[in-house]
Design a protein around this ligand. Structure first.
Ligand SMILES: [Zn+2]
Length: 333
């Protein structure tokens, strides 16, 4: 499915078709009071050698998710063009203003970058950048992987994340890439509001694409980092871009089928989880207690799991607000 091809004001400082390794910036206009022609440079590294697929690797879609950012820095530094077949386009800090600030949303326009696709070349900074990635980078690509974690708010069992796709062949290719990535879990979702995400943008263009959740709570999780580094190289081996076979112990395919698998806080409070991340939990069991520090004699509210399975995602910070998910349970596919 094509979007109207409108010219982008974003300029790549490097030649996306050159061989070897190049590093530079995607220059995005950002007008300020003291610099009407100001720009912000999004770091980009392209490594290319001979024939082969094109893979787009992105991290820093949300600025407070670090396993992907560090994985892509290391990959960009270590990757020897002579060892590669094809082209890899690396954006280690895609939504650069948020990545620099260490925040989920942009300090420039307050936008969640993963709600901006397919973007708008006349919109805000995030819209303009999303439009460039959708209309100028994705059409070059055979495969794409957008590396996320749980951010400040959540902690998540390291997982590849894909969507349920109506085309069986496309679904099979997506699952094969997820198997190669080799995270402990592959979560296959029928996402409710997937349209404005980069993953959905890649799917609209027929690119074999995965998202991921590789840790969280605003930290760099060493285990998540190791899984991500191995996984990205596994995907490149799977695509025939690097020699060798993917390494790992396989991935458990799971899903979060419906809202019963979420536990939401009904009011503000301090969340005391009953179980650790990755625990096996039973339907009806206590998920945790929500404390009201403003009402010292009020008993804590006990919340229960409406469905059993694996505790895939937990609330990160203790303080939560009404409507926040405090637990998400996944079940085997
Ligand atoms: Zn994210």
């Amino acid at each position: 499915m094509e979007h109207p091809a409108e010219a982008s004001p974003v300029r790549a400082e490097i030649d996306l078709w050159a061989q070897g390794k190049q590093a530079g910036h995607l220059r995005v206009p950002y007008s300020r009071d003291d610099s009407g022609w100001g720009t912000i440079g999004i770091p980009v590294v392209v490594v290319a050698n001979g024939e082969g697929p094109t893979l787009l690797l992105t991290a820093g879609n949300h600025g407070d998710e670090y396993e992907g950012q560090v994985t892509l820095l290391r990959l960009a530094q270590a990757l020897d063009p002579a060892a590669l077949s094809g082209r890899v386009i690396i954006l280690p800090a895609m939504h650069f203003p948020a990545a620099l600030a260490g925040t989920r949303k942009s300090p420039l326009d307050g936008k969640d970058f993963n709600r901006c696709f397919p973007g708008n070349p006349r919109g805000s900074f995030a819209d303009v950048l999303a439009h460039y990635i959708d209309s100028h980078l994705l059409p070059l690509c055979d495969a794409q992987m957008d590396l996320h974690s749980g951010g400040t708010g959540m902690d998540i069992v390291p997982s590849a994340v894909g969507h349920v796709l109506p085309d069986e062949g496309y679904m099979a290719k997506t699952l094969a890439m997820a198997d190669a990535f080799g995270a402990p879990i592959t979560l296959v979702l029928e996402e409710v509001n997937a349209g404005p995400t980069l993953l959905a943008a890649a799917e609209r263009r027929g690119v074999v694409a995965l998202s991921s959740e590789l840790g969280g709570i605003g930290r760099l999780n060493p285990r998540g980092l190791a899984i991500t580094e191995r996984g990205v190289r596994n995907v490149m081996k799977h695509l025939g871009m690097l020699d060798g076979a993917p390494e790992g112990e396989g991935s458990r395919r799971m899903t979060v089928p419906d809202m019963r698998h979420y536990v939401f806080a009904p009011h503000d409070g301090i969340w005391e989880a009953a179980d650790g991340l990755g625990a096996t939990v039973a339907e009806g069991a206590i998920a945790g207690r929500l404390h009201r520090i403003e009402a010292p004699l009020a008993p804590a509210l006990e919340l229960s799991y409406a469905a059993g399975g694996l505790l895939w995602c937990t609330r990160g910070p203790g303080r939560c607000r009404a409507g926040d998910p405090v637990a998400v349970v996944a079940r085997d596919l």
